[in-house]
Design a protein around this ligand. Structure first.
Ligand code: KDG
Ligand code: MG
Length: 408
């Protein structure tokens, strides 16, 4: 069996999804996702210019050897651009393998460990009453877990992932007006004074059963993060995410020494080499990597197995920049993984997205039920794809009030 051709498409409804289609001499094709948010053209170029010319003629069944060929063969290893490109190839090859075996991917991993996988939604508000309404709407839809982000009184601009006006819906992460970023202003003191009380109010209003998650988005220094994790301990968060940037991994020891609040980290990691210490020292409770830019199914499966040995559960990244293809790969891993925790999930199921990526994965009452179709179970409509083109966008940058650049 041989790979005969591969094509890359960039575009989609509301996002620049990078979709890879690998064709074979047996008529079977596989689909992968290399969407690196706001840097989408880079994995697409790596695929087109270097990887696809090497793929032609390879046997698609040898997905492990192909992964090693690209990873070791690049000489310069890792990095989000390369790992997104390898990840898309790997996911497409697993898709082909599933179609050849006439089995859904979860069967190739070891079968189902659960009926459905719990997901969490994003509730957000310009202020606390606005956020309460947003949480209530997700609870009414059956969600059992909600990530909560709130505007901070006195903060000069909206902060991470919240609107500046009440009742606003939308993408507060990517600004499609161009590649020059907008600036958010951050004030740690205001955040530290307000957020623990807001989380306590949310717990009072929604009771003990709702799983409440909160994303600090790398904004605190290690000592502040330890103080914050300690202050919110009585609230019983399901997790506290990215309390401090994880380049400084020793900092996580300080948080652990001061608090038992569960910590989730890893959405910016792209390899096992960035999380092996955190996992082996049991400094985190949830690993947040994504199939999209952590090297695909082959590499993420290694991370899951390492995490399982150290009581670390999965909580894969599922921001709207992951296309339904890599989300489906995660649905299959979530159905199988013995150490599955939770899945971040934003409703992609708009009619336009469903038309571009048809599938029968089901999200109901805050749970995902994985498709039984062979492979990962998501298709790609090339005629629909022709309606979209690449739109430049950017993440905001963050500064302190005195102008100092801070962590987004
Ligand atoms: O591109 C950046 C987003 O993926 C990130 O801001 C989302 O933190 C995020 C999350 O938890 O989904
Ligand atoms: Mg996050």
């Amino acid at each position: 069996m041989k790979i005969t051709d591969a094509k890359v498409f960039v575009g989609g409804p509301g996002k620049n999804y990078v979709t890879l289609k690998i064709m074979t001499d047996q008529g079977i094709y596989g689909l992968g996702d290399a969407t690196l948010n706001n840097r989408e053209t880079l994995p697409a170029a790596y695929l087109q210019d270097y990887l696809i010319p090497n793929l032609i003629g390879m046997d698609p069944r040898n997905s492990e050897d192909i992964w090693q060929f690209f990873y070791r063969g690049a000489y310069f290893r890792k990095g989000p651009i390369a790992m997104a490109a390898f990840g898309a190839i790997d996911t497409a090859l697993w898709d082909i393998k599933g179609k050849l075996a006439n089995m859904p991917l979860y069967q190739l991993f070891g079968g189902k460990s659960r009926d459905g996988a719990i997901v969490y939604a994003h509730a957000t508000g310009a202020d606390l009453p606005d956020l309460m309404e947003s949480i209530a709407s997700y609870v009414a839809q059956g969600y059992k877990a909600v990530r909560v982000q709130c505007g901070i009184p006195g903060m000069p601009t909206a902060s991470y992932a919240v609107p500046d006006k009440k009742g606003t819906e939308g993408d507060f992460i990517t600004d499609f007006s161009g590649i020059i970023p907008k600036t958010e202003i951050w004030d740690t003191d205001r955040y530290m004074r307000f957020m623990p009380g807001a989380l306590a109010d949310i717990r009072d209003r929604f009771g003990p059963d709702l799983k409440v998650l909160h994303d600090v988005h790398h904004r605190l220094l290690p000592r502040e993060a330890a103080a914050f994790a300690k202050a919110v301990e009585p609230i019983g968060l399901y997790w506290l995410e990215d309390p401090t940037p994880a380049e400084d991994q020793a900092a996580l020891r300080l948080i652990r020494q001061h608090s038992t609040t569960p910590i989730a980290i890893g959405e910016v990691f792209n390899s096992i080499w960035e999380c092996n210490k955190l996992i082996q020292e049991e400094l985190i409770d949830f690993i947040r990597v994504a199939v999209t830019y952590a090297g695909g199914i082959t590499h993420v499966k290694r991370i899951i197995d390492l995490a399982g040995m150290h009581n670390v559960r999965t909580g894969f990244h599922g921001a709207p920049s992951h296309s339904p293809i890599s989300m489906a790969a995660q649905h299959h891993l979530n159905a199988w993984a013995p150490n599955f925790g939770i899945q971040e999930y934003l409703v992609l199921g708009t009619p336009a997205c469903d038309a571009l990526f048809p599938s029968d994965h089901v999200m109901r009452d805050g749970m995902v039920y994985v498709s039984d179709a062979p492979g990962h179970g998501v298709d790609f409509d090339e005629r629909e794809a022709a309606r979209y083109e690449y739109k430049p966008g950017s993440h905001p940058v963050v500064r302190l009030e005195d102008g100092t650049l801070w962590n987004y």
